[in-house]
Design a protein around this ligand. Structure first.
Ligand SMILES: [Zn+2]
Length: 337
């Protein structure tokens, strides 16, 4: 199991509660980005299920550890979505609840691990509530969520919530550089980290999956677009659906340009490797138009995230033409002064 150093403190805190027999039976880990929650849950699950746990980790030699290593411990219930869906239906949930009440416990604990609460349907949540209220003895639930605001309060109130926040930038950077795979230099690692809200695992994925290269292509394209005044060339880039990543990167460049324009210190810039591009945007647009544009682009991003059956190309074209119009008006305003 790959361990992440920034989990040490929170792991100790959670584990101590179980070692003192004060651990909550339902744990909900909340993180907007991947900060290693699965690893954290798995480490706690391993410690709880081990017959002879050491102070902070499982023994790895007892019968329960061997079953866990083999991937089929009868008292460990990892609940996954149904095939090709992102849904855990009520039937799966009822079957699981039935098992934990009626099957004999072969080890000392029963553990239910649901990767994302978001996968649970309303009916599944309702089916779980009573069990969360009065769980069978020595039964533990582990949940993860990317957005706990969307979780019903009736469910939230039955869990102990832990927020898994990213490490300090220096620690994240240190870890990222040590991974080496695809990470070329400190500046790139720092930018990737900032683009991922400080989450080193996500930043590493950027390099591993070639997303870093794609982002560099986008930045070059934004640069050429502005210089050549051919704004619609950005449409295919920004129309790339994959979680709206390109659009998100584009917005961070606008955010940086606005910061630059307002004289905010360079150390608060996200795209540290794109200072030239940021200064060009800051030169072409006024503060008020940049600020307004940013609001509009953020609205568009929200719209893309919420609705799937909209004409993305049309909306992007409109937005880009509007952005172009703003540069003309900004210049005109500057000349008239
Ligand atoms: Zn063990």
């Amino acid at each position: 199991m790959r361990w992440y150093p920034w989990l040490d403190i929170i792991y100790s805190k959670i584990l101590n509660s179980y070692r003192k027999n004060r651990g909550h039976h339902a744990l909900l880990l909340n993180a907007k980005w991947d900060n290693g929650e699965d690893t954290l849950i798995y480490a706690i699950v391993r410690w709880l299920s081990c017959s002879h746990p050491l102070e902070t980790r499982h023994c790895d030699i007892c019968h329960n550890c061997k079953l866990m290593n083999a991937g089929h411990h009868p008292d460990y219930y990892p609940i996954n979505p149904e095939n090709n869906t992102q849904t855990i239906g009520v039937d799966i949930m009822r079957a699981c609840i039935h098992s934990i009440y009626h099957h004999a416990c072969q080890s000392k604990v029963k553990i239910i691990h649901i990767k994302y609460v978001e996968y649970l349907t309303d009916q599944s949540i309702n089916a779980l509530l009573k069990t969360l209220d009065e769980p069978p003895i020595n039964t533990y639930f582990f949940f993860k969520t990317r957005d706990y605001i969307k979780i019903p309060l009736t469910f939230l109130s039955r869990c102990m919530k832990w927020s898994i926040i990213p490490p300090k930038e220096s620690l994240g950077l240190q870890w990222l550089i040590r991974q080496r795979e695809g990470v070329n230099d400190i500046l790139s690692a720092q930018c990737a980290l900032r683009l991922c809200n400080g989450a080193p695992i996500e930043a590493e994925t950027m390099f591993k999956l070639g997303m870093w290269k794609q982002r560099l292509e986008l930045c070059k394209s934004i640069h050429d677009t502005i210089i050549n005044k051919d704004f619609l060339k950005l449409v295919p880039f920004l129309n790339t659906c994959r979680k709206n990543t390109y659009l998100y990167w584009f917005i961070t460049v606008l955010v940086d340009a606005l910061k630059w324009k307002q004289g905010i210190n360079k150390r608060f810039i996200i795209n540290l490797d794109q200072i030239e591009l940021i200064t060009i945007i800051a030169d072409y647009w006024s503060i008020s138009s940049l600020s307004l544009q940013l609001q509009q682009w953020l609205l568009l991003l929200c719209c893309f995230q919420k609705f799937t059956n909209i004409d993305r190309e049309l909306l992007l074209t409109y937005r880009l033409l509007n952005w172009k119009q703003d540069v003309i008006e900004s210049c005109f305003h500057a000349w008239s002064i």
